[in-house]
Design a protein around this ligand. Sequence first.
Ligand code: PGA
Length: 220
Amino acid sequence: MKKLFIVANWKSNKTVQQARDWLTEISNLKYEISNIENKEIIICPSFTLLPIVKSSIRDHELPFKVGAQDISSFDEGPSMGEVNGRQIKELADYVIIGHSERRSLGETDEKFKKKVLMAKKYDLSPIFCVQDETSVIPQGIQIVAYEPISAIGSGNPDTPENSNNISAKIKEKNILKVLYGGSVTSSNVKSFTQMPNIDGVLVGTASLDPLEFLEIIKNA
Ligand code: PGA
């Protein structure tokens, strides 16, 4: 059975208390997801929430990993406001790089390449987002998330068939895992994860509600 990656991308949402509540709510129902050896579940909160998410996962004994939503392209040092790879590695194992919402803020392929190098330096696994099979993927990437812009936050996902075809093309570039992202919900998740070339999902809006995210984990 293939290993499925289910990634919660909270984006710029949740306070400390809301993050605590989300984890407590999932934890109260964790018996429903006891059989998930083949699923790697990764929670990606804002930087400010990384410590609380990490400690709550440990306290509740949840089978979840932690990921960051971004990483500085600079190493430790005088870079005001940046959060560097060494700092992230204390709290997370994964980092999302290349998301279209970062691209729309002006980040370039060159910048993403530097971020991937920093992630590798500190032994963080990048989840590298692409918009289609032509997007530039830096060297050394193993996990890619295919996220067509029109599907993000729109309630209008790509078709599983098209996502599967694009994923197959991405895998020709020596990529091990391709996830689908864009308007994934508990109702449509299975249609993606049952495709042979799709290894999981990156979930934005629907991951904010703990009960809906739990259903996504169960249905995937
Ligand atoms: P969405 O976001 O699930 O709200 O469409 C996905 C993403 O941007 O990663």
